[in-house]
Design a protein around this ligand. Structure first.
Ligand code: BDR
Ligand code: CA
Length: 329
């Protein structure tokens, strides 16, 4: 029997979040049981609106919750409208009315309730700042035993950061939450910039998709990706060659269904919470050394980190999945 992954998607849509969401809805081995939203690329209210909208226009009904609106400790910063658009989806010119309500629970409560009702069955894929997960841990300290695994898009080990020379945006947006998530004893895999910066998704793919799969969902995705690709093509010469973007969050789902496409290392990950290196994810790659510095005790939780990826295979999988017949008409 084929393995079906039950997933809660914790997200801040966001253009690459939208690509990831549609990949998850389209992939036959992924059963999305709920979307929990957070602030990040947009306000949490906008993130929830976008999650409801993206699912509704794709003809899917699943619970969507609203979660944290700000980081646990640090002062909030303005969302990056220049990357994702002020609305998170590249400033859509108009939206169809959908009228679907939110699930009234907080994102953290939804995660806890779902994990308690299906112990050991659910994978949590988190692709925004990690406050919802950190809050769920506070509500239910046994959460690590109740979830099957956690996959985080965030952080970086060897690749330069995207909000500072050392920090990746999701972790930098709430470093205290991230440090508590990496400390918890779950099976956690970090899918960070080390791999997401290796996979360039081209705008031409989304143009072809919208032509072949004529649908409001593929038109919406194309509009959003066009805006986002302008940002990335302006920043990186190799991305501009054939205009495109990094679809960061998508790689978390690709890891879920095709982990063999990634090369992993494991070790304790800590997050720098303050100062110039705020948001840096440090992987202890020498854990046979008994470091005298507090915070690196051998007893600390180890996580897995993706350090290399088979980029062409990821792009082939994206294409095969989104070009298949998954949209309701
Ligand atoms: C991450 O930050 C957000 O802007 C993206 O959606 C992704 O989750 C990449 O650093
Ligand atoms: Ca995201």
């Amino acid at each position: 029997m084929n393995l079906i992954h039950k997933v809660i998607f914790d997200t801040d849509p966001g253009v690459d979040d939208a690509i990831a969401l549609y990949f998850a809805l389209a992939h036959p081995a992924i059963d999305l049981i709920g979307i929990t939203t957070t602030f990040g690329n947009v306000s949490v209210a906008q993130a929830a609106i976008n999650a409801l909208y993206l699912t509704a226009i794709a003809g899917r009904e699943l619970p969507v919750t609203q979660g944290l609106s700000a980081p646990l400790s640090k002062a909030p910063v303005a969302p990056p409208a220049f990357i994702h658009g002020a609305d998170g989806l590249g400033n859509l010119p108009a939206r169809r009315s959908t009228g679907r309500p939110l699930d009234p629970r907080s994102s953290a409560q939804f995660i806890v309730d779902s994990a308690r009702s299906q112990p050991g069955e659910i994978t949590l894929v988190a692709v925004g700042p990690l406050g919802n997960l950190a809050t769920a841990l506070q509500l239910e300290p046994a959460l690590p035993a109740l979830l099957k695994q956690v996959i985080v898009m965030g952080g970086t080990v060897l690749e330069p950061g995207n909000v500072s020379p050392v920090a990746e945006a999701n972790i930098w947006n709430d470093p205290h939450a991230a440090d508590s998530v990496f400390a918890a004893p779950w099976k956690l895999t970090m899918v960070g910039l080390d791999v997401t910066h290796r996979v360039v998704t081209e705008l031409s793919f989304f143009e072809t998709l919208a032509r072949r799969q004529r649908h409001i969902a593929t038109d919406t995705l194309l509009h959003a990706v066009s805006f986002y690709a302008t940002f990335y093509s302006g920043l990186y010469k190799h991305v501009a060659k054939s205009p495109g973007c990094f679809a960061h969050d998508l790689l978390a789902f690709i890891y879920l269904v095709r982990p063999e496409l990634f090369t992993l290392e494991s070790g304790c990950i800590r997050v720098v919470c303050d100062g110039l290196a705020q948001g840096q994810t440090i992987l202890n790659r020498r854990d046979f050394i008994d470091y005298p510095q507090n915070g690196w005790e051998a007893s600390r939780t180890r996580s897995q980190v993706c350090l290399q990826v088979d980029a062409p295979a990821c792009l082939n999988l994206l294409e095969a999945t989104l070009m298949a017949d998954w949209l309701k008409r």
